[in-house]
Design a protein around this ligand. Structure first.
Ligand SMILES: [Zn+2]
Ligand SMILES: [Zn+2]
Length: 241
């Protein structure tokens, strides 16, 4: 083994351990998963607008029937539950930066299945405070993998997060849409006029963040915004939960 390859394996343990259970894997599994660990891919029935899983064979979820988002389409690679949730939480909060690689590969493969015209990739921004705490913008790292695999440029300095938003788990949908107002800024310095944008984020819950980012991007003259995220949770169906 060449020295560089050896060092790489030490610093990027995902190369030889299952990213879910840490068990050693010997074949060159693309996403670094062992045979026992399955991920919850969101490739069955989803809302044709926001991409959230729906179980009732409908075309659109209840939210998208009542509200028209600013983006054209949003899709997620995974359903935010089980192993997928565990991985993404580890990537965002558990200091497992190396997960950007397999997760970014999953996003790249997912993107191949959609016929979106894309001129530019824009990652969802992180506030300076969070960036300092975490040390990396998780959406930017994912964007870099997609950019490389699809040969599409990235613009990381177009969108800014100027305020921290409160932890969103306890907020309802309406509150989230209120909370994201005034939180982001789009740069005047970077010209995105007439461009087809792919917005990349990690987890899309109510969709308030990607909707606001899409609104700002379109306001600066983008032609269209499509959204790709790592995961979306199942939509709670009224009356069933
Ligand atoms: Zn495993
Ligand atoms: Zn929807």
């Amino acid at each position: 083994m060449k020295l560089f390859g050896f060092l790489e394996k030490i610093f990027f343990p995902s190369d030889f351990k299952c990213i879910v259970c840490q068990k050693e894997i010997f074949d060159n599994s693309k996403y670094c998963l062992c045979d026992n660990c399955k991920l919850e891919f969101n490739d069955d029935d989803y809302c044709q607008k926001c991409g959230t899983v729906i179980q009732n064979m409908a075309v659109f979820c209840e939210d998208c029937k009542n509200y028209k988002p600013n983006y054209s389409t949003a899709r997620s690679v995974l359903i935010y539950e089980g192993n997928a949730k565990k991985l993404i939480r580890g990537y965002k909060y558990g200091n497992k930066k190396y997960l950007y690689k397999p997760l970014g590969e999953m996003m790249s493969d997912c993107l191949k299945t959609y016929n979106w015209k894309i001129d530019l990739i824009v990652p969802a921004p992180l506030s300076q405070k969070r960036l300092k705490e975490r040390g990396y913008n998780q959406s930017l790292l994912l964007s870099q993998v997609v950019s490389k695999n699809h040969n599409i440029p990235i613009e990381k300095d177009f969108l800014y997060k100027i305020k921290n938003t409160p932890y969103q788990a306890r907020s309802n949908r309406k509150e989230r849409f209120e909370q994201v107002k005034g939180v982001f800024l789009a740069s005047d310095e970077i010209n995105i006029k007439g461009k087809n944008i792919l917005l990349i984020d990690d987890v899309m819950t109510t969709g308030a963040t990607v909707d606001e980012l899409s609104r700002l991007t379109l306001k600066k003259g983008a032609k269209e915004v499509n959204v790709l995220v790592l995961a979306e949770p199942r939509k709670k169906v009224k009356g069933l939960y």
